[in-house]
Ligand binder design. Structure first.
Ligand code: CA
Length: 257
């Protein structure tokens, strides 16, 4: 025996460790990082692992799609420029298989503008270089949003579907239909639609939508809101959501609904 520390027989150790693991909550989240630059991928993985999250790295688009399918991650951090298929195609494939929150990394501001214009179906965007602290904050906000959505679905299963023109929103099942066909929305698109539809004919500012849907305290992500509005219009028709220039958006229920 090299240790001189006396140990009481039967000292309880395991139960404490087990309950700490069980109450980890958000800390047990799985994050998939799809990034081909090794130094960036490693830095992100180390920082996110330090948060207590389970992290896996994929180095190209196809591996990213495969890993997402296998892991069912809570969040995907996705670089746009990747060898093989790019981040846009990776987003399409991941969202087609299983709606998953995606935080997209871009190289330049104008690249972010282009993606926002396309409404590609990412939940949030960050332009390189970014601070690891901000990346962690954005991921935590995404995880809170998903938690909240799951709780809402569990506690209000009896919410009747909302019908607006040819669009039906089933809040209990978190499904949306247009002319009887299911439309796939990302988790954030769904939250945004429900928020807007919950206050018809009322202007909601970008800042308020950011605070309520994205959990952001500052207004630096208003382009993210615009991107999601664009995606909703593309999927559900151009007339449901009206732009109030310089202010925000208003939900316009079609006549007769
Ligand atoms: Ca890259």
């Amino acid at each position: 025996m090299s240790s001189g520390i006396p140990q009481a027989p039967g000292a309880p150790q395991q139960p404490g460790a087990a309950s700490a693991a069980a109450s980890a909550g958000q800390q047990s989240a799985t994050v998939l990082v799809v990034e081909d630059e090794p130094t960036i991928a490693t830095a992100i993985a180390q920082r996110l692992s330090a948060e207590g999250w389970r992290v896996e790295v994929a180095r190209d688009g196809l591996s990213g799609v495969e890993a997402s399918s296998r892991l069912r991650p809570d969040v995907v951090v996705l670089d746009v420029m990747l060898p093989g298929i790019d981040g846009l195609e990776v987003t399409r494939r991941i969202q087609a298989e299983h709606p998953t929150p995606i935080l997209m990394l871009t190289a330049r501001d104008d690249e972010t503008d282009m993606l926002v214009g396309l409404g590609v179906g990412a939940d949030d965007y960050m332009t390189k270089p970014f601070s690891m602290r901000e990346l962690v904050a954005r991921i935590k906000a995404l995880l809170r949003r998903v938690d909240r959505a799951a709780q809402a679905a569990a506690t209000s299963p009896a919410d009747p579907p909302m019908t607006m023109g040819d669009v039906t929103v089933d809040r209990a099942q978190r499904r949306v239909y247009r002319a009887g066909e299911e439309v796939h929305l990302t988790p954030t698109e769904f939250e945004l639609l429900v928020m807007l539809a919950g206050s018809p004919k009322t202007v909601l500012t970008r800042e308020r939508l950011l605070a309520e849907v994205w959990d952001w305290a500052d207004a630096s992500g208003t382009r993210t809101v615009d991107s999601h509005i664009k995606a909703l219009r593309r999927k559900l028709g151009p007339d449901l959501i009206r732009t109030v220039h310089g202010v925000g958006y208003a939900f316009e229920p079609p006549a007769g609904s």
